[in-house]
Design a protein around this ligand. Structure first.
Ligand code: XIL
Length: 370
């Protein structure tokens, strides 16, 4: 029996009308392989564009097939969901909730408070600290309350620290004061006491000062009376083939887990062209990416079950990657190629889920204890 992607190739070659072959390819693209979600003991998630779920049947089928957790890539960022001071746009978030209700997938809310993707009215908002606090409390409370029955996890605050461990001078820190992170978690916890609340950031494995500052912040919040509700930390994991090393990842994840906090690899992708060079994709790069996904997933799979909140890859196909759109560079960081065919990276991810992995990463995990 021919593997579907081989079949695709033959259909394209044989069919007098290539579109027939292509049609057949798209029909099986990305769903020929066994679902990743079935091989994992933790949620395997993907960041999605809601409009692509609506408009692209192949994208939608792939998202349904492999993943059991969905994160809105942009639909719940402030510019999208709260575009005017007195107006929210629920269309896309509601659409994602409806889709997840139909598929039974979990939802991870991203992101209540970030200093990017802000609507214009925030930049011109006038008021003293209490007015800014009331505005942000209303934003958080309105959204978390509306979706309390659908989202059981939230990225409450994103990227509040600099790599050197200092608090980032964001519009929120400027107008609400340096303790704004605590207030945001208190507001989110009051709106949905049952939700798991995360602090999310990049570079936590590669910047020791940032990791230390985040952990000090979490320790402070949890030591208050009453404790500020914070349940976990999302390491974004926008990595490349070498950085951070798996040992650095293990150190950061271990420090987080050692506090009894949930650990999420919240935005995993593996850049093949971090320097934005003029390079071509090669089988050597694809093979190295396969191994990189395997070692990261194998490490995560070896963490104690009680701290595993899941891995989310930051996009479906390479064509969707924020690296191409945001960073404006050619890269191939995800599990599926532009035709939604599984790349070696997909098989590396799947291999990392297999128990009994004897790789250095698995050895690190087995030997590591908080
Ligand atoms: C990115 C999205 O992928 C882009 O589509 C959007 O234009 C900008 O934001 N860290 C985060 C994510 O927490 O929300 C960012 O996502 C990538 C960096």
């Amino acid at each position: 029996m021919l593997a579907p992607n081989r079949l695709c190739l033959l259909l394209q070659l044989a069919a007098s009308l290539p579109s027939i072959g292509l049609l057949a390819c798209r029909e099986t693209a990305g769903i020929s392989e066994a679902p990743l979600r079935d091989a994992a003991t933790f949620p395997v998630g993907v960041a999605v564009s809601v409009s692509r779920v609506w408009e692209d049947p192949t994208y939608e089928a792939l998202v349904r097939h492999h993943f059991d957790s969905l994160t809105p890539e942009s639909a719940m960022k402030m510019a999208a969901i709260h575009p005017e001071r007195d107006a929210y746009n629920w269309v896309y978030a509601d659409g994602l909730v409806e889709f997840a209700r139909e598929t039974g997938q979990r939802l991870h809310g991203h992101v209540l408070v970030w200093h990017e993707d802000l609507p214009g009215w925030v930049a011109t908002f006038q008021g003293d600290a209490s007015a800014w606090s009331a505005m942000l409390e209303e934003h958080i409370t309105t959204i978390v309350t509306r979706y309390a029955d659908a989202f059981d996890q939230w990225d409450v605050v994103n990227e509040a620290f600099e790599d050197d461990g200092t608090l980032r001078h964001t519009i929120w820190a400027e107008h609400l004061g340096e303790d704004y992170v605590a207030a945001c978690f208190q507001w989110a916890g009051a709106a949905d006491p049952g939700a798991k609340l995360f602090y999310n950031d990049f570079g936590l494995a590669s910047s020791p000062q940032k990791l230390a500052a985040v952990l000090e912040m979490v320790d402070d919040l949890r030591s208050r009376e009453p404790p500020v509700p914070i349940h976990g930390i999302g390491l974004q994991m926008h990595v490349d083939l070498e950085h951070p090393t798996i040992e650095e990842v293990a150190h950061a994840a271990g420090a987080i887990a050692g506090r009894g906090l949930l650990v999420r690899f919240s935005e995993l992708d593996v850049a093949l062209n971090p320097g934005g060079e003029d390079i071509d994709l090669s089988s050597a790069l694809l093979e190295a990416q396969r191994e990189r996904y395997r070692e990261i997933v194998a490490f995560y799979a070896g963490l104690p079950d009680e701290v595993q909140a899941g891995i989310t890859v930051w996009g479906v196909s390479d064509a969707d990657s924020w690296m191409r759109l945001e960073a404006g560079r050619m890269d191939w960081p995800l599990l599926f190629d532009e035709a939604y065919q599984a790349k070696p990276a997909f098989f590396g991810f799947a291999a990392g889920l297999q128990p009994g992995d004897t790789s250095p990463a698995a050895t690190i995990t087995r030997s590591w204890r908080p």
